[in-house]
Design a protein around this ligand. Structure first.
Ligand code: SF4
Ligand code: SF4
Length: 414
């Protein structure tokens, strides 16, 4: 489409990027069919094409309004539209630029500002979040059912193997995952240890930067990214061969570090290298699949029916499709069909907390789809989806849900 960006943004890095993205959109509307919010609300302004149009108007000089803010807030940033778009429109990047502009120009209500501030302070702070979660677990019996179902059960991490191998990889610990499910990274470390790779945590790394980015706080997000790069850099220089991420939502962020800091003279090069070294855990395990198959051959198959939820960040953000499913089949699980597997579960970072009505509708649809094949258990690849779907399963069939790497770990442990 033709564009004519306003002078206040046209020549900035954001303006140049937004202009290139907007020009690719041919308004065909193919993306509407796969957009979860358009499916639920049926309003063109809650579709990718409608949101692109709103952002175009704003970047061409129209003053953004509460309506612009509402429709951008309702977007999950699931990026299903990117998977569908025949023109390669990078909607997610455009939405980040659009949201930053709206955040600066459209005031939020006092309540909305307060809850966004609380989320920005609480979620990326692992110690504070762990304390809140521990309190939630203690008082769970006293909480209303709607809140109690959101408090996940405690999961013990188990042993973390000593760093005994010449091959070493870094792993992102992140912010909420160490408190909610320390078992996930520990399972990854045990599986990789059996495959001849030691997994290392850099203690001063933390939140990948996605939470403040979801809340349109680029400054805090960039500060978190730089802290992680500083924490990982000595290990990278010492020969760590990859930066592994077990939460696909965080993975999409680390994959973008190079792009996000491309204009930062002190960090641009390092950020590029970190993004080049980034691997989702499924990519790392798939690369070792021959050795893994040998190890699995000595164990008995579980013969359990499993429904896999592929997070949007995995299938649309990282474009990793079918890899985890293949690994789970190789490990002996019988995968059930999951209708509408391309649709978001409604977790989407802070979305489940800020847009709870839409999020709950998406969750109900997702739980129904996952349960439709009568699985014995459910697996996924992202802590946010795991916790969100667990709350839906708790209120329904109470089927267990695990990160898929925990299942591989259990299989290898026999
Ligand atoms: S599918 Fe792509 S080109 Fe078509 S309207 Fe959607 S974003 Fe634009
Ligand atoms: S990111 Fe998801 S919710 Fe947002 S416009 Fe695209 S498909 Fe719709």
């Amino acid at each position: 489409m033709q564009t004519n960006l306003a002078s206040w943004i046209a020549d900035t890095p954001q303006g140049i990027e937004a202009d290139a993205i907007l020009r690719k959109c041919v308004h065909c509307g193919f993306c509407l069919a796969t957009c979860p919010t358009y499916q639920l609300l049926g309003d063109e302004l809650d579709s990718p094409r409608g949101r692109i149009y709103l952002m175009k108007q704003m970047l061409e000089g129209a003053e953004p309004t509460q309506t612009t803010q509402l429709h951008l807030d309702r977007c999950l940033t699931c990026r299903a539209c990117e998977s569908t778009c025949p023109s390669g429109v990078q909607y997610g990047r455009l939405a980040d630029i659009g949201r930053e502009v709206v955040e600066l120009r459209v005031p939020r209500t006092a309540w909305d500002s307060l809850r966004r501030k609380v989320l920005k302070s609480l979620l990326p702070n692992t110690a504070l979040f762990a304390f809140g979660l521990a309190l939630g677990r203690v008082f769970k019996p006293l909480l209303p059912a709607s809140l109690a179902k959101k408090v996940p059960a405690k999961r013990d991490a188990g042993a973390w193997p000593a760093a005994r191998h010449a091959r070493k990889m870094l792993v992102l610990d992140g912010c909420v995952q160490p408190a909610m499910a320390p078992s996930i990274n520990a399972a990854a470390a045990r599986v990789l240890d059996r495959l001849g790779v030691s997994l290392i945590v850099a203690p001063s790394a933390g939140c990948c930067g996605a939470i403040p980015q979801h809340l349109s706080d680029a400054e805090q997000s960039h500060a978190f990214i730089k802290r992680n790069i500083d924490a990982w850099w000595p290990h990278i220089r010492a020969g760590c061969e990859a930066v592994v991420v077990t939460a696909s939502g965080c993975g999409t962020m680390v994959a973008e570090y190079g792009h996000i800091l491309r204009g930062d003279p002190a960090y641009a090069e390092k950020a590029q290298l970190v993004s080049a070294l980034f691997r989702d855990i499924s990519q790392v395990i798939a690369a070792e699949s021959t050795a893994l198959s040998r190890l699995l051959a000595a164990k008995s198959a579980p013969a359990q029916k499993l429904a896999f939820h592929s997070p949007c960040s995995l299938q649309h953000g990282l474009q990793i499709k079918g890899v985890v499913e293949g690994l789970l089949r190789d490990a002996g699980y019988l995968l059930t069909a999951v209708p509408d597997g391309h649709l978001c579960c409604g977790s989407a970072g802070t979305y489940s907390l800020l847009q709870s009505e839409l999020s709950q509708q998406l969750l109900a649809n997702k739980v129904k789809a996952l349960e439709s094949g009568a699985p014995d258990l459910v697996a996924t690849a992202n802590i946010g989806c795991l916790a969100h779907i667990e709350s839906g399963l708790n209120a329904s069939s109470a089927k267990p849900i695990r990160h898929w790497i925990e299942l591989i770990d259990e299989r290898l442990a026999g």
